[in-house]
Design a protein around this ligand. Structure first.
Ligand SMILES: [Zn+2]
Length: 239
């Protein structure tokens, strides 16, 4: 058992799937409920980090050009206005609009099995992933109080305010915070859609999970969760 495998097990990522298999599965699972690349708009909420480029490119290859919703850590701060724009771009030939949401926060595990660290190309030392979540953790561990909107750090201010509503007490682990980020992204995107849906039917597929960056540029997805809501009926997608 390698240090990486041990680390994956230690944080409960026992259900990982490779990125390519994850993307292929998304297309297969959604085709069964009538979602095809030609009749959907993908909405992607992932972190700005260039480590997420393979995920960006993979979603684009399978689902077409996405609407980008993710700020630091992948939290979606596009709000009603952004979602209204996305809805205006969603195909609706048969009278139904369809979104495929991808909410995929990320975390690194380095070759020593250290969770939250990743070896980036051209860098001697491992660095943090997700860096924004690690920064938030070090702030609250240091006793920093969350203030207002810092005009020189708008996204991180919003991240702090959003996550503070979810961290009830103490300092969570990075893994726990990543899971809270996933839940927040899913719930915020759903809420924005409900606020702008209006009279037109909007069918929503929501695929979420945690992208884990392993050594040698290998990406896997843990804790995949997916469902489709069509006319308020929820269909859980098996995987
Ligand atoms: Zn990040």
């Amino acid at each position: 058992v390698t240090a990486v495998e041990e680390a994956l097990r230690g944080v409960g990522y026992t259900d990982v799937v490779g990125l390519d298999d994850f993307l292929t599965w998304s297309e297969w699972a959604l085709a069964r409920v009538g979602f095809r690349p030609s009749n959907c708009l993908p909405v992607v909420s992932v972190c700005r980090d260039e480590l997420m480029a393979p995920v960006d490119e993979g979603v684009r290859r399978v689902w077409g050009q996405p609407f980008w919703a993710g700020a630091l850590a992948g939290l979606p701060f596009l709000g009603r206005t952004g979602m209204r724009a996305a809805l205006g771009h969603a195909p609706g030939e048969d009278g139904r609009h369809r979104f495929v949401l991808f909410c995929l926060p990320h975390i690194g595990i380095d070759a020593d099995g250290t969770v939250g660290r990743v070896h980036r190309r051209g860098m001697h030392r491992a660095s943090a992933a997700c860096g924004a979540l690690a920064a938030y953790l070090s702030d609250i561990a240091g006793g920093a109080t969350v203030g207002g909107l810092d005009p020189d750090d708008i996204e991180q201010s919003l991240l702090q305010a959003r996550l503070r509503t979810l961290v009830e007490e103490g300092v969570p682990s990075l893994v726990e915070l990543t899971e809270l980020t996933r839940q927040a992204s899913v719930s915020d995107l759903r809420r924005f859609i409900s606020l702008v849906g209006g009279d037109e039917p909007v069918d929503v597929a929501c695929i979420s999970g945690v992208v884990v960056h392993l050594p040698d540029g290998q990406d896997v997805v843990a804790h995949v969760d997916a469902d489709v809501r069509i006319d308020a009926v929820v269909h859980v997608l098996p995987h």
